[in-house]
Design a binder for this molecule. Structure first.
Ligand SMILES: O=P(O)(O)OC[C@H]1O[C@H](O[C@H]2O[C@H](CO)[C@@H](O)[C@H](O)[C@H]2O)[C@H](O)[C@@H](O)[C@@H]1O
Length: 256
């Protein structure tokens, strides 16, 4: 059984998480690096075939208070979780699927997003190992396969950021991303937590990336449970080793 903080102190118990009262818990789960392992490219991840059913059951168990919160575009995310009909926040908060209805930031599909995508693609065509990921609300330049070129990738994306109003540049794992200014997982989780059904419950957020830190910080300050998955600096109070651990922890909640 996975460790829980009960009568032991946290220092005695590596990877312990508090025992949750599911009647008052809202789950917010990042996707890449939290529900599935990272891979060389966005398309080469392997999603545990049992994951959609696990998320569905747990969502039912907490009356729909389970939200997958990802940086991926919403169609991409939904396609990787076949059969899961629960709430999705995608594009770091620029897209949402709630109660089966889609909501998208007004920039979604705009000409400027297309243009940015074209420019990043052109850059990748002349820089070996770089990969462009287009999203409805932004664009990512991945340099995981060209780590030594990270500086060049940054300079290019910084120049695009400086010349395009309404977008902000973010440094993610082996990637630089332009997304609409003001869009963040923190803001998205706050919005959801104000909704009926969520309001007054305790948020539990699992995140792994630097881009998850503001949301981890907000959840912790709000009296919720902030959990960092994997290594690296974090403001989160709790840490667990990897996505397999997270999936086991979630499965265990169903048996309680
Ligand atoms: O918020 P998340 O669900 O964690 O999404 C964050 C980004 O994840 C993806 O990129 C990351 O994972 C890739 C696959 O493992 C990896 O190759 C890449 O280096 C990582 O940055 C996704 O492609 C992005 O769109 C998400 O924003």
């Amino acid at each position: 059984m996975i460790g829980f903080v009960d009568d032991r102190t946290e220092s005695e118990c590596e990877h312990c998480l508090p025992i949750l009262n599911l009647a008052t818990t809202s789950f917010f789960l990042d996707f890449d690096g939290v529900l599935c392992d990272l891979a060389d490219t966005p398309d080469s991840i392997e999603v545990d075939p049992k994951l959609p059913a696990l998320l569905t059951k747990l969502s039912d168990r907490v009356e729909g208070r389970l939200v997958v919160v990802s940086g991926r575009g919403i169609d991409d995310l939904a396609a990787r979780l076949p059969g899961f009909r629960g709430t999705l926040i995608a594009g770091h908060g620029a897209e949402e699927r709630i109660a089966g209805r889609m909501h998208r930031h007004k920039i979604a599909g705009a000409e400027m997003v297309e243009r940015l995508g074209d420019m990043v693609e052109a850059f990748c065509a002349t820089h070996a190992g770089m990969l462009c990921e287009r999203k409805p609300t932004g664009v990512v330049l991945h340099f995981r396969k060209a780590e030594r070129e990270a500086g060049r990738a940054y300079d290019f994306m910084r120049a695009l950021d400086n010349s395009h109003e309404g977008f902000s540049l973010h440094h993610a794992k082996m990637a630089y991303e332009l997304r609409p200014t003001g869009v963040s997982k923190e803001a998205a989780i706050r919005r959801v937590m104000d909704r009926e059904g969520f309001y007054g419950t305790k948020p539990v957020f699992f995140g792994d990336d630097a881009t998850d830190e503001p949301a981890l910080s907000w959840v912790g300050a709000r009296g919720g449970i902030a959990v960092k998955v994997g290594e690296g600096d974090t403001v989160a109070r709790y840490r667990v080793p990897d996505p397999a651990f997270v999936r086991s922890f979630l499965s265990e909640q169903l048996g309680r």
